[in-house]
Ligand binder design. Structure first.
Ligand code: ZN
Length: 95
């Protein structure tokens, strides 16, 4: 197992074991934002959008559904389909 070392010490309630929007925000901010655009080390994950139910492939730790733009993320420590979290239909990433 590769150790990410993210821990849960950077303030805020989010952490690698958060759910939903908190997990998405954690991944978004992890390592000063350097994690979210990286390809998932174990390989892309085929998922179903938790917003619109479209099938798509999550290739990076944080990704958007191509159909509805719903933001999904997975913790780098355990990037498997069961751990993919959906930020919710009203969530948009800070730009
Ligand atoms: Zn969708």
């Amino acid at each position: 197992m590769a150790e990410c070392g993210c821990g849960n010490k950077d303030g805020g309630a989010g952490g690698p074991f958060s759910k939903g929007k908190e997990l998405v925000e954690f991944v978004y901010n992890a390592h000063d934002g350097s994690v979210r655009d990286q390809p998932i080390s174990q390989g892309a994950i085929a998922i179903e959008c938790q917003g619109c139910k479209a099938s798509f492939t999550l290739e990076t730790y944080l990704g958007k559904c191509p159909e509805c733009g719903g933001v999904h993320a997975v913790a780098p420590m355990n990037p498997v389909a069961d751990n993919v979290q959906f930020a919710g239909v009203d969530f948009t990433l800070p730009q």
